[in-house]
Design a binder for this molecule. Structure first.
Ligand SMILES: CC(C)(COP(=O)(O)OP(=O)(O)OC[C@H]1O[C@@H](n2cnc3c(N)ncnc32)[C@H](O)[C@@H]1OP(=O)(O)O)[C@@H](O)C(=O)NCCC(=O)NCCS
Length: 190
């Protein structure tokens, strides 16, 4: 049954792009490197990152996670960047649940504990959103955070992602189901 609406982003668009390095207001987003393993292991030993991202990562798991990024890009399942400040890894940001038919993706981010409170995540979110709209051609980017995570809410609002509502019992965490706050930004938002 033919669709009467064209895909917003043609399959193969992401794979055909070379992963860029993005800069915004002093923060640099670059592709992950295998040498980033200690920073990733440190991140996933942080209780807040474990709580909100629902996973831990030992040395070999972090090595595998890092090595898989080129394949995630070429298969268009995810796109992820190391967020750096003065050449040191300060956080991560990425696109997941890429839906090219509707031109939508969900965003994941964290900032290492020692870098928090310095607007790393909002700056990274602004930089990646600009590329995702302007170069990849997505139409709508979504941030979802637990209602118990007000710091993430502030990041979304600061980067121009207004709140749209609450999804009840939408994501299972280690301590049970959480109501999730939905934020989104459109390519047409100024
Ligand atoms: C949420 C998070 C990404 C914010 O990143 P950030 O780079 O610190 O972003 P900001 O500097 O803009 O700070 C955002 C808010 O975090 C809170 N914050 C500030 N310093 C903080 C610190 N040292 N530790 C914890 N939270 C802090 C504040 O509420 C701040 O808002 P404010 O500046 O209006 O007071 C980061 O705290 C984090 O990685 N948390 C754990 C993982 C997580 O929640 N990921 C998002 C899942 S949806």
């Amino acid at each position: 049954m033919p669709s009467l609406v064209a895909d917003v982003v043609q399959p193969g668009t992401l794979a055909a792009l070379r992963q860029p390095t993005l800069s915004f207001d002093g923060v640099v987003l670059r592709p992950w490197q295998l040498a980033d393993q200690p920073a990733v292991v440190a991140a996933y030993s942080d209780p807040d990152i474990q709580r909100w991202h629902c996973r831990s990562m030992d040395d070999s798991e972090a090595a595998g996670w890092l090595a898989a990024w080129p394949e995630r890009w070429s298969t268009e399942s995810r796109a992820g960047w190391a967020v750096t400040l003065d050449d040191a890894v300060a956080g991560q940001i990425g696109l997941r649940t890429l839906n090219f038919v509707d031109g939508e993706a969900e965003i994941s981010y964290w900032t290492l504990p020692s870098y928090r409170g310095r607007r790393i995540a909002p700056r990274a979110l602004a930089a990646m959103s600009s590329w995702a709209f302007g170069s990849l051609g997505l139409h709508r980017l979504v941030v979802r955070h637990s209602m118990d995570n007000p710091a993430s809410c502030k990041v979304a609002v600061a980067a121009g992602f207004p709140a749209e509502g609450v999804q009840r019992g939408a994501l299972l965490h280690a301590d049970g189901w959480h109501d999730m706050h939905l934020h989104a930004r459109l390519d047409t938002d100024s």
